[in-house]
Design a binder for this molecule. Structure first.
Ligand code: HEM
Length: 129
């Protein structure tokens, strides 16, 4: 597996590429029904995961742990489940998939909270806590 900062950044760029294409499609069709799903793909997928990637690049000792890999797995799976789940909830009123995705996404943020508390921000030589 490539380093976790790269994995987060690649996932983030893929999310915003799809999210922008989706936004352009909504704008051209003037059908904004899916704006909630588009918004979550961009904000949780792009913004949040890019911030995770930057954090792990700034804090290499946090990136070198199994917890960081678990964090990446839950965060990426969370977006992959939550965004189609929101689309499904909008179109059919069925919230189960969105709920599973939301729980995975919340779990990934709980892991990140623990990671920040345990490792601080920055490399050990320039540590900020
Ligand atoms: C090519 C780029 C993008 C296009 C063409 C686009 C297009 C759109 C469109 C047409 C809507 C529906 C607006 C409405 O129903 O009022 C929307 C909603 C939204 N977009 Fe995008 N978008 C783009 C990129 C982004 C990015 C990068 C983000 C966040 C980082 C983002 C966040 C949002 C949010 C939060 C909403 C919901 C706004 C609301 O419901 O009030 N979008 N976008």
């Amino acid at each position: 597996m490539r380093d976790v900062a790269f994995v987060f950044f690649l996932a983030a760029v893929l999310c915003v590429s799809v999210g922008m294409a989706w936004g352009i499609q909504m704008a051209i069709s003037q059908d904004h029904l899916m704006s909630g799903a588009h918004a979550h793909l961009n904000l949780v997928g792009w913004t949040t995961m890019a911030l995770f990637g930057i954090y792990y690049r700034l804090t290499p000792h946090a990136a070198a742990t199994w917890l960081a890999r678990l964090h990446a797995g839950t965060a990426i799976l969370g977006v992959l489940v939550m965004v189609p789940g929101i689309a499904l909830a909008i179109t059919s009123g069925e919230p189960a998939l969105a709920s599973v995705g939301a729980l995975l996404t919340a779990l990934s943020m709980a892991i990140f909270l623990f990671t920040v508390l345990r490792n601080g921000l920055g490399s050990r030589s320039t540590r900020t806590e």
